[in-house]
Design a protein around this ligand. Structure first.
Ligand SMILES: [Zn+2]
Length: 58
């Protein structure tokens, strides 16, 4: 089952979470280290709560 996250206020999928990225010398890129609860909707341009939903396989 696949998931999607949308803004609780407007339903937009243009949402992000606060996170830390850690430099990986092996992979030569920033890799996700931790994801925090703070969520932001770029359509509302303000903090939001995320709604988790399941979506059909493509
Ligand atoms: Zn929104």
């Amino acid at each position: 089952m696949r998931l999607t996250f949308t803004c609780q206020s407007c339903g937009s999928k243009h949402v992000t979470r606060d996170a830390w990225a850690e430099w990986s010398e092996e992979r030569q890129k920033w890799v996700l280290n931790a994801v925090f609860d703070y969520a932001f909707c770029h359509s509302c341009a303000k903090p939001t709560q995320l709604v988790e939903d399941s979506i059909a396989e493509p």
